[in-house]
Design a protein around this ligand. Structure first.
Ligand code: FES
Length: 101
């Protein structure tokens, strides 16, 4: 059996604040769509309460805020598989001057 490292890790905050804003449905949407080359993990509070559901994509350290479950397919297709973060969804606090190349 092949033991391959995942290419990206998606952390979906499941702290109480983000869960009140729908983070459980966002986590479920990622788990449904992601293939074995990416992994999704649930975390406790990521320290950005009030902007959730918060998502962190590693290794590039890209943050998304206020993610809706309906937006998850676009993140998977364009960012995780296509390598292009979705500028309009980025968390402005950490990506204030992010422009797509
Ligand atoms: S609960 Fe998600 S950032 Fe705090």
């Amino acid at each position: 059996m092949e033991n391959q490292e995942p290419s990206k890790r998606v952390t979906v905050c499941q702290g109480s604040c983000c869960r009140r804003q729908g983070a459980a449905a966002v986590l479920a949407a990622f788990k449904k769509l992601l293939l074995q080359d990416n992994i999704t993990i649930a975390s406790g509070c990521l320290g950005q309460c009030g902007n959730g559901p918060m998502i962190l994509v590693e290794p590039e350290m890209i943050w998304y805020s206020r993610v809706h479950p309906d937006e998850v397919p676009a993140v998977v297709k364009r960012h995780l598989r296509g390598g292009q973060p979705i500028a309009a969804m980025l968390y402005a606090k950490f990506h204030p001057n992010y422009y797509l190349k």
